[in-house]
Design a protein around this ligand. Structure first.
Ligand code: AMP
Ligand code: ZN
Length: 464
């Protein structure tokens, strides 16, 4: 079965054909670690994870690389604003390295709780300054750079197809669509490859370079690290849609200027944004929701994963508490239904049924990661009475390799002490055949958010 993905380059779904038969190289733009990841960022990493699992399920040998942006970059994509890392250092009275370490750990704690698998290679920008300098040297040697006012700039006019990913209309941009106050630039689309003239007196991170002591521009980080690990041409590059017009556009410009090979990357996949009522959720704007804030309100992180998979990754997703509640209860009832199937385990595994449901599930997944359809297929399968519980259990295990919902993991619910006391009291009442009291206690348990079921092994408590 062919895997199809929507390639931003051609603006259409294309059959995925890697450069080297079964081996796939994929680069995913990673987090900037000067603050917690917000749930919008995490939506993008859930999309990356589904793509990763889909490639593996299709039998490809995947090498996924993700960067950690621990060099201080500016709050605006176009070389403007303040240094994000420096802002965080001031805010928290810590060094830039301490800030980066803390937020990198917190990022992986979040992705772990969301069952997002770790890429094969995780690389820090601060450990690859050498590769960035070497790439800048190639760009300069090939005639695509100029040095002015203390900084090395990329000369976008030298590339005849600059902006092809974003389909930028360069004439309009030249007339001021992209505001830029940097007088050194020959064109508003030009961007910095290496800063020596720090705009900030207290710049903490600096390195020696052929252009003087300074630090790299943001875009060179991803071009240099991806090519270092995946080669001068590779298969897939991912990120959020905000990266199309500037960051990814400039990554392509740098790589194609340095290596003189086209296309640098064959497939570009972008995830749409998670938005709030009041608009965009932005890390630099503060006041955003973290995964921990959802957990503190009692949500299972995997309920958030379920919420995200309910909308196709190329559609904007509006966050609301009602929407999250709906997803959480759908996820809960899915798990409850599966527990029921596990309890009934038995029956022959029917290969035809297995094949039928596996095919329709994989058709949805391989159709540009149509997860809302894949979820509908899962629900249809588990409610199909013609199938034995054992056939269902094998399919659930198979689908969960893509979904990452821990569908067969036994629920380990921490029952609060007061609920456990009620359960014990009710058990006593039931044994004494005081059914009136027993029903009343059952209702009290429900008010506390739990349901009680009587099974052959005794009472079982579940979260509603
Ligand atoms: P950052 O750490 O800000 O560089 O962002 C990490 C990833 O999250 C990037 O791929 C961004 O494109 C993506 N991203 C940022 N904001 C959102 C959002 N509101 N919804 C979905 N993805 C986002
Ligand atoms: Zn990047």
């Amino acid at each position: 079965m062919a895997l199809k993905v929507y390639n931003t380059l051609g603006r259409k779904k294309e059959e995925f054909k890697p450069i080297h038969a079964k081996k796939v190289g994929m680069y995913s733009c990673g987090p900037t670690v000067y603050n917690y990841a917000h749930i919008g960022n995490l939506r993008t990493y859930i999309f990356n994870d589904i793509l990763r699992r889909t490639l593996i399920k299709n039998g490809f040998e995947l090498n996924q690389v993700m960067n950690i942006t621990d060099v201080g970059h500016l709050t605006s994509d176009s070389d403007e604003g303040e240094d994000k890392m420096l802002l965080a250092s001031k805010r928290e009275h810590k060094s830039a390295l301490e800030i980066a370490k803390f937020y990198t750990e917190s990022f992986f704690k979040d992705t772990g709780r969301l069952n997002i698998q770790k890429p094969e290679i995780i690389c820090k920008a601060t450990e690859h300054i050498k590769q960035m300098i070497e790439m800048n040297e190639k760009i300069e040697k090939n005639g695509f750079a100029y040095f002015k006012g203390g900084n090395l700039y990329f000369d976008t006019a030298k590339l005849d197809d600059y902006g092809k990913l974003a389909r930028l209309k360069l004439d309009e941009l030249k007339e001021g669509a992209r505001t830029d106050k940097d007088q050194n630039k020959k064109s508003p689309t030009d961007f910095v490859l290496w800063f020596t003239k720090s705009k900030f007196g207290a710049q903490e991170m600096k390195w020696e370079s052929p252009w003087g002591i300074g630090y790299p521009g943001w875009h060179i980080e991803c071009s240099a690290m991806s090519s270092h690990y995946l080669g001068e041409q590779f298969d897939i590059h991912t990120g959020g849609i905000d990266h199309i017009p500037v960051h990814h556009t400039n990554e392509i410009a740098q790589a194609e200027a340095a290596f003189q090979k086209k296309p640098w990357v064959k497939y570009w996949l972008h995830g749409e944004f998670l938005v709030m009522d009041k608009g965009k959720m932005a890390k630099s704007a503060g006041g955003f929701l973290t995964l921990q804030s959802l957990i503190d309100k009692g949500y299972d992180p995997l309920a958030y994963r379920y919420f995200c998979l309910g909308t196709h990754y190329r559609k904007q997703l509006m966050f609301s508490w009602e929407g999250l509640d709906t997803a959480a209860s759908a996820y809960n009832s899915l798990k409850n239904r599966i527990s029921e199937i596990k309890r009934q385990a038995g029956g022959e595994v029917n290969p035809e049924f297995k094949e039928k449901y596996r095919t329709i599930f994989m058709q949805a997944v391989n159709d540009d990661l149509n997860m809302p359809q894949a979820l509908a297929n899962l629900n249809q399968m588990i409610t199909d009475n013609a199938m034995s519980p054992n056939t269902k259990l094998e399919l659930i295990a198979d689908f969960d390799e893509i979904l990452g919902f821990d569908l067969l993991k036994e629920e380990k619910i921490d029952i609060p002490v007061d609920v456990q006391e009620l359960v014990d009291k009710r058990e006593e009442a039931r044994k004494k055949k005081d059914f009136k009291l027993s029903d009343k206690i059952r209702a009290d348990i429900k008010v506390k958010g739990y349901v009680l079921e009587d099974t052959s092994e005794g009472p079982r408590v579940k979260k509603i």
